[in-house]
Unconditional design. Structure first.
Lengths: 322, 297
């Protein structure tokens, strides 16, 4: 397994390199001057030139590229102009907050989505099945930034049950901390939860119709064991694939969720940086999130291998979430 | 003999296609949920096209003295926003932006993604590796983050929103098409066409591409829903179309600041997004079941 993980890590390097190139290309080659965008329409030509010098944008492109890759290799994501701090330290301050939010959302999504999908599949065409399917279809279609605003409207403004914004601290007490976490987590969990319910249902239906499940039932095994032990285990592979994809949804969704709830995470950092036109922060944070996503997918690939040891990557480039 | 062979192959292909089309339409129409989705999609499209006839006021006409009116007050069906603009009219006009961006961005992504997927899958080798590694790299960015980054550089505006969401859509199309090409190119009729001296261009666009259309249509339909949400999300973050153009995301953004005084701004703009996206997803689900049941979208 260790050899396998090492091989997959080595395989990831070109992807991370490509990710870094994409960020470089977006910021350097697409029409539009990042310095002009950062300074706004009122900026003078001299100011723009000065900022271009500071950012190294007046250097030849290949020099800029090697400088950029060299800096990245040393963990240097640049220095924020508005915060006057290295971008990596800004990221490290906020990353744990995003992680707390994303993990809470993932736990909610898995704990509700998967059982809902299993129940739906085991009671196919029942009222319960239709209810789960309708709710999950609404779940995958809902704009989470709207859901977040509606949750604030009803549960914070009207009922006063949960705080509308901010992140609690443990110093304020565990209950307060959790209360701050509830609405943002539910908001962020909605799409993954609905997706898990849908994929679990379809995957379980596929497995349930197979002969070995019929045999298990014929042997007189209790339905709970047939579904929970035999069927679910084999339905797990597609669920893991979707899990990889949902990490992307969670990281992207965090930008919107953190904006609505003023959650001090990486998403909020990006949006603030956009408002302040701090392009270095946007660039660094987006790159960091992409790298995290690639690494999480590696983790999912390893889980894949554990769940289904027959999976062999030696001849292909496949993997979870791909 | 050689002159009759391609035509008989083509005739067989045409007949097969006709039978497939008929069974596909039958399957689609039988599915009531998909039909409902199609109805919702057509309904929203009609609203977008005939917005000037449906809207009761000019969407950008401000009247500060009548700001934040409640639903039904002073002839404003859904009330007014913080600038006194008629909310119903702005939501009706917002349908235009959503559908224009949704369809155009997906077309943008589909054209470039399909082309890249075709040549990657067909030619294989280093070209395939280069294209697909780049697509893997693009896939590493959460969709909305890639669009945000592009918008930060491109600046606000309708065309830029289409380009940003369009670029973010390219890798999905490239992967779907490449996967199809890999299986289609091994088929017998492609071998025959190649042995008859057809050019790569002819094989790719006349024989391979038509066989990739089913998953492409399903994925494209689903992607329109995603593009509509992305446009709304960008506008919600203040990165989408420029004010005062009415967009569902920008109405929601303004509505968020007036939740207590006027909750209908946020409520109805979001409902419009939800209904449209739900309609397209229902239709897309039906399309998938009818065209490509094995596809996992």
């Amino acid at each position: 397994m260790g050899k396998y993980i090492l091989k997959r890590l080595v395989d990831l390097l070109p992807t991370i390199f490509v990710v870094a190139i994409i960020v470089f290309v977006i910021t350097r080659l697409i029409p539009g001057d990042p310095a002009a965008v950062m300074l706004g329409p009122q900026a003078s030509v001299e100011d723009i030139q000065e900022l271009r010098d500071d950012l190294g944008l007046n250097e030849p492109l290949h020099t800029q590229f090697f400088q950029y890759i060299g800096d990245l290799a040393q963990g240097d994501f640049g220095v924020s102009l508005t915060y006057n701090q290295p971008v990596i330290s800004l990221i490290m301050d906020r990353f744990p907050n995003t992680l707390i939010l994303a993990i809470s959302a993932l736990v909610i999504a898995l704990l509700i989505g998967i059982p809902a999908g299993i129940i739906s599949a085991s009671k196919q065409n029942s009222v319960m099945d239709y209810t789960v399917m309708v709710i999950s279809l609404i779940g995958v279609s809902i704009p989470i930034f709207w859901l977040g605003v509606m949750l604030v409207l009803y549960f914070s403004v009207n009922l006063g049950w949960f705080p509308a914004t901010g992140m609690g601290t443990m110093d304020e007490g565990f209950i307060t901390y959790i209360k701050h976490l509830v609405l943002p987590s539910i908001t962020l969990a909605t799409i993954p939860m609905a997706t898990f319910a849908r994929i679990t249902r379809s995957s379980m239906l596929e497995v349930i119709s197979q002969d070995y499940i019929k045999t298990a039932r014929a042997k007189g095994l209790k339905e709970f064991f047939v579904i929970g032990k035999h069927a679910f285990k084999n339905a797990l592979t597609p669920i893991l694939t979707v899990l990889g994809m949902q990490v992307s949804a969670l990281l992207g969704g965090a930008v919107l969720t953190e904006t609505i709830f003023s959650w001090p995470g990486m998403g909020r950092l990006i949006v603030d940086a956009i408002d302040k036109r701090d392009f270095v922060v946007v660039q660094g944070t987006v790159l960091f999130i992409a790298i995290i996503f690639v690494l999480v997918n590696l983790l999912i690939d390893v889980l894949y291998k554990i769940v289904n040891p027959r999976v062999n990557y030696s001849s292909g480039k496949g993997g979870a979430g791909k | 003999m050689t002159s009759t062979q391609p035509s008989s192959i083509e005739t067989r292909e045409v007949k097969k296609k006709e039978i497939n089309e008929r069974s596909f339409i039958r399957k689609l129409l039988k599915n009531r949920i998909a039909a409902f989705g199609l109805f919702v999609t057509i309904f929203m499209t009609i609203i977008a096209i005939f917005a000037p006839l449906i809207a009761t006021h000019s969407p950008n006409e401000m009247d500060i003295t009548h700001s934040l009116l409640g639903a039904g007050v002073d002839g404003h069906f859904l009330g007014t926003d913080n600038y006194g603009r008629d909310l119903f009219s702005r939501i009706v006009y917002g349908a235009r932006i959503s559908l224009i961006v949704g369809v155009s961005a997906v077309l943008f992504g589909a054209v470039f993604g399909t082309f890249l997927g075709l040549i990657a899958g067909y030619f294989g080798g280093k070209l395939d590796s280069l294209i697909m590694r780049t697509m893997d790299g693009l896939f590493a960015f959460p969709f909305i983050l890639l669009a945000i980054t592009l918008m930060t550089v491109l600046g606000q505006g309708l065309v830029n929103v289409i380009i940003a969401i369009g670029i973010a859509n390219i890798p999905g199309f490239a992967r779907i098409v490449r996967g199809q090409v890999l299986s289609v190119k091994e088929e017998e009729f492609i071998e025959v066409t190649r042995s008859l001296g057809a050019t790569h261009g002819r094989i790719l666009f006349q024989h391979v591409l038509p066989n990739c259309l089913a998953p492409l249509i399903v994925y494209g339909t689903m992607s329109i829903a995603g593009a509509i949400i992305s446009e709304a999300a960008l506008s919600f973050l203040g990165l989408g179309v420029q004010p005062p153009t009415a967009s569902w995301g920008s109405i929601l953004k303004d509505g968020k600041d007036f939740l207590v005084l006027n909750p209908q701004m946020a409520t109805f703009s979001g409902l419009a997004i939800l209904i449209t996206v739900l309609g397209i997803n229902l239709f897309g689900d039906g399309l998938r079941d009818a065209l490509d049941p094995k596809m996992k979208v």
